[in-house]
Write a protein that binds this ligand. Structure first.
Ligand SMILES: NC(=O)c1ccc[n+]([C@@H]2O[C@H](COP(=O)([O-])OP(=O)(O)OC[C@H]3O[C@@H](n4cnc5c(N)ncnc54)[C@H](O)[C@@H]3O)[C@@H](O)[C@H]2O)c1
Length: 266
């Protein structure tokens, strides 16, 4: 992704976008993409340094962005930051609920603390931030929300029970939000990424598990953050004006794939 911003051009010209977890990885790539298409940005991240780095890249390229140190699981912190961000930019047009965590734990070993932390960060944050931002969006009867789920919402994988439950919850929450908020001018969709090359996936993949994934993915490789950012930007843009309550799977064909027949010699 090139850091070139032309605020006068693009699908988000004149719009403000809030991205959670925009301090690195997929969230940072989404921020750069939306800014390149004209959006002013608000970045919420617990990692203020990362969020500020994203904003600096946007500003260096001629865009407008502001970083906030916000824990997206905290109702008070989110409510106050959303209020200030909306006042500063005159509203919020786009929300990307991207902040997330996950690590591999065998089902029999998951503690209550692991469960609450993963469900809270991934799923409850979509409820809290989604609700606070939707309350701002309804004042203009306009808004687009994209929630970041995962292919773990759609297929069974080992050692990911809390993560998969959180992402399945996001898919269900997306549908209900879309149903309820459509009459108020707000569209809500989700993306379900497959394995994407980020720090989070690097932490969870050994060379062996990585190779095993690549072999199962019909396109034969992990996705790039920019490829996911393009899908999120589409769902957040006016190009997706009649798409609501859906889940766009971005996984190189992994979820839709079946068993590949082994090559028979000769
Ligand atoms: N990377 C993948 O392969 C992959 C696959 C499927 C889904 N996803 C999802 O995409 C999203 C982004 O993943 P990533 O790989 O870029 O992760 P990442 O770890 O690189 O970035 C996540 C960001 O979220 C922030 N964050 C975490 N908890 C937070 C909290 N409580 N409050 C505020 N900010 C918080 C982190 O500081 C970080 O900047 C996540 O929701 C993840 O579950 C990723």
């Amino acid at each position: 992704m090139t850091d070139t911003v032309n605020p006068m051009a693009g699908r988000f010209s004149g719009q403000t976008a809030l991205i959670t977890g925009g301090g690195r990885g997929i969230g940072q790539e989404v921020a750069l993409r939306l800014a390149a298409e004209g959006a002013r940005l608000t970045i919420f991240d617990m990692n203020l340094e990362g969020a500020e780095e994203t904003c600096a890249r946007v500003k260096n390229a001629g865009g407008d962005a502001r970083a906030w140190k916000v824990d997206v699981t905290s109702r008070d912190a989110v409510a106050s930051a959303v209020k200030s961000a909306a006042a500063q930019f005159g509203g919020i047009d786009v929300l990307v609920n991207n902040a997330g965590i996950g690590w591999r734990i065998p089902f029999l070993d998951i503690t209550d603390a692991d469960w609450s932390k993963i469900i809270g960060t991934n799923l409850t944050s979509c409820f809290i931030v989604g609700q606070e931002v939707a309350r701002v969006m309804v004042t203009k009867k306009h808004g687009r929300i994209v929630n970041v789920a995962s292919i773990n919402a759609h297929i069974g994988t080992d050692h990911q029970a809390a993560y998969a439950a959180s992402k399945g919850g996001i898919v269900a929450l997306t549908r209900v939000m879309a149903f309820e908020l459509a009459p108020l001018g707000i569209c809500v969709n989700a993306v379900s990424p497959g394995p994407i090359e980020t720090a989070l996936s690097a932490m969870n993949l050994t060379p062996v598990t990585r190779r095993a994934r690549e072999e199962r993915i019909p396109q034969g490789r992990l996705g790039k953050p920019g490829e996911l950012a393009a899908a999120i930007a589409f769902l957040a843009s006016p190009d997706a004006s009649y798409i609501n309550g859906t889940v766009l799977v971005v996984d190189g064909g992994l979820v839709s794939g079946g068993i590949r027949e082994p090559k028979v010699p000769g």
